[in-house]
Design a protein around this ligand. Sequence first.
Ligand code: PLP
Length: 384
Amino acid sequence: MIYWDHAASTPPYEEVIQTMAEVMRQHYGNPSSIHRMGEDAAKLIKRSREVCAAALGVKPAEIILTSGATEGNNMAIKGTAFQYAGRGKHIITTATEHPSVYDSCLYLREHGFEVTFLDVDRKGRIHPDQLRSLIRKDTILVSIMHVNNETGAVQPLEAAGRIIKQCNPLTLFHVDGVQGFGKLHVDLQAWQADLYTLSAHKIRGPKGAGVLFRREGVQLHPLLSGGKQESGMRSGTENYPGIVAMAKAMRMAKEQLGTFGEQVGALRDELLAFIRTMPALALNSDEDGAPHIVNVSFSGMKAEVLLHSLEEHGMLVSTKSACSSKTAEPSRVLLAMGRSEEEASSAIRISMGLTNTENDVERLKDALQDAVERLTPLMTGRNE
Ligand code: PLP
């Protein structure tokens, strides 16, 4: 089997697995305990926080350790809304965010907040001028993702950050960075980001660990009540085997950033060149996007049928994103990009990483050719 679903989750580094097992075996004290084992655990967390902060170029005190990006995004969006509701109740986001951002905004809309969704163009990118026209005195938050998880579209964050701070210096800027870290350059200072979310299992770390960067001075209303860990921001006993392993993965992903862009980008370009020769297709991602995601629709073809046909060839791809692939609806992201319902229902996502090779791409090309050729008459017949 060849794994082409790296945007859903990634194979952990061997070092990450070893580190996690070692910490679980040897350090099982509760970091809040004041005896030696508790203190040892607290020290591990302190060191890991420093590594995570260094990987993002921020201060350790600005790192909140979470269970992943779903929690981080909820905390950033609802936490900002509940904290700053007295200042304003207007939030801006995009039509193509991950559900952990999009649905958090919908939740707030049901609770008295006003949410404006930025449009995207056919490449999935927002337009800074539209953002400029929408920011108001009562806009407390703008949330824009770095890289789209379905298409790989990259948002113009530096321009967005500049506009936000020019139009209203009190508006906070949140970036969902899950699909960008380790793939593209991250510059929280240049983007003027106040909040930034990561999930460890997307960068070859463990599941159940993540980071929320919160710029010094930004207050968030905590979502969890309890033992006041993470400076009161995130109650609950820390998952420090996961935290230590995540810190390792962040360091390694950062070190491999250049290699990732070159090697994975070359595989993506090779695959895109081939896909462009195929019939009846709408390409939903291209070379302007992140290096690891290819999204393509073969018209008339049900994405799920194509996915299973590719699986028979030993190729594991996905339809939409992993978390929304079980819903029958066409992709909300592709519809927002102006694709038809048919195109949005027939899209597959091929996402890759450093464990993929040129030979893998050759095998995928053969599998795609064969699957599409075999399925086209069946699908055409069924549609008649
Ligand atoms: N944001 C983006 C862009 C994602 O791709 C994902 C995961 O698919 C998330 C947030 C949520 O991450 P997790 O499922 O690890 O909480």
